[in-house]
Design a binder for this molecule. Sequence first.
Ligand SMILES: [Zn+2]
Length: 317
Amino acid sequence: MFNLRIFATSILLILLLAGCAPSAESCPSFFPVDRSDAEMFARDDNLHFRFPLDGRVYAARFSTSFAAYGQVSRSMGQSGFEYHAAEDSLQPAGTPVYAMADGQVSFSGPMQGHGWLIIIDHPLANLYSLYGHLSPSRWQIEPGPVAKGELIGFLGDSDENGGSAEHPLRTHLHFGVRAGQRSDYPGLGQWRWQAGWMRPCPQDLGWLQPSAIITGQDIPAGGFPEPAEGFVVIWGLELFIAGIYLFGGVGVLVYAIRRNKPFVLVLNGVLLMTAGWISHSKGTRLSYALLAMSVLLLAIGIYEIVRRSSGMPRTQS
Ligand SMILES: [Zn+2]
């Protein structure tokens, strides 16, 4: 039994390392940002950026956060998953929307899925901002220069914001920020300059986490060509969660083997497999660690149950 424990622990350590290793196609995770000072960001003229809704409004939780690989995805059936390239804030129709920074309105018009869409170029910061689901019936701003905090439009009703009478869309702002300029993204493909949801990781195509940009405020020379976060910021959250799961799993394994309760192993194996399956459907690397550990717990649990029911050959001589 002692050897079995050593063996199981070694396997789990290997799984922990393998399951959390960053894969080649991965990209940085979004990370939580404190927006409690949103009003300060709106009032302070020395800051480059502000939130596009009034402070207190925007400080509320996003209805849909910025997606990183495996997070904030939606299933498209056969064609896999799509990831959210912006931050959505659920607000009533008619809510005013403001420019996040000085710049140039380079697009103001109808766009499929967005209702009325506005794009503002911010060449000094080498990025552009995108405001979707606006109201064409209330106001249609003309292209031209705008200042930070200037009113650019209002949120649209559910039948004019990209939705229709048959398929109404919840009234919300879709706010995206992208490194570079629109001209850096030519072509008419699915992930062109106005993308809302996309199959690749949004960061890989230059989309940035808007709230992180606004609260960070730094404009590196030449703009924001690549997200440049350290390993801990990028992987810290997932490593932490994986650690909790696997620590719990090891605890269960040791407990069940010591107390000779294989059914506990089977039950936890099933629970972990469910968690792993859900995690996998979200596309996280964490899922492999969960699934592998569930298989290990199930295998040991079932082996112990079968060994017992077949007359416990090791304990009865
Ligand atoms: Zn959105």
